[in-house]
Design a protein around this ligand. Structure first.
Ligand code: ZN
Length: 191
């Protein structure tokens, strides 16, 4: 687990932190935990989320346990650069739904001395790397992978298995559409 320790005043550049994992792994809760800690300082925070994610609320980042944070909803990654107000910290939730351009935006922000915190699904429902996440994870200074619990066997789960027949990569849903599975149970059910 990445424990935040940063010499903020003396830093010459920013950095990228990624919080990734399957659905129901607590990614957004971990993002909110980090942001709430930053709120005790004088650092300014901007939170962005993609428009496609409309599960709970259009202008907030909301975790499954209903804690929330004000967020700016944007259509694409380039819009983050346009809306950027030179805050110390930029957080991006549901990053997997952004276009590939998010990888460059995150690195540009980090070069502007911004602490960039990215939360998102690392894999789609079929177990493939999701959208811009692999590129962001590769260029991040810190990657934290959080896990859900497999509903079949109780092991740590890293797959978000879709229980409906929809084959679109993006299909926003919750427990009505997805269950967390470990590799072994995911492979069994896929056969
Ligand atoms: Zn399992």
């Amino acid at each position: 687990m990445f424990i935040e320790q940063m010499p903020y005043d003396s830093r010459k550049h920013g950095w990228i932190e990624v919080i990734c994992g399957s659905m129901f792994s607590g990614k957004t809760e971990e993002l909110i935990r980090r942001l709430k800690r930053i709120q005790f300082t004088d650092q300014k925070i901007e939170v962005y989320k993609p428009k496609v994610d409309d599960r709970y609320h259009h202008t907030k980042v909301v975790s499954h346990d209903e804690t929330d944070f004000e967020a700016i909803t944007v259509e694409n990654a380039a819009e983050i650069k346009e809306k950027f107000k030179r805050s110390d910290v930029v957080a991006i939730d549901e990053a997997q739904f952004f276009d590939e351009g998010l990888f460059e935006i995150c690195n540009w922000l980090a070069s502007q001395k911004v602490r960039v915190i990215v939360a998102g699904l690392d894999m789609d429902y079929s177990g493939k790397p999701f959208g811009p996440m692999p590129a962001i994870m590769a260029t991040a200074e810190y990657v934290t992978k959080v896990h859900a619990i497999c509903v079949k066997c109780g092991s740590l789960a890293n797959f978000s298995y879709r229980i409906t027949n929809n084959k679109d990569v993006i299909d926003v849903g919750e427990k009505d559409k997805y269950i967390p599975l470990c590799r072994s149970c995911f492979n069994k059910i896929e056969q």
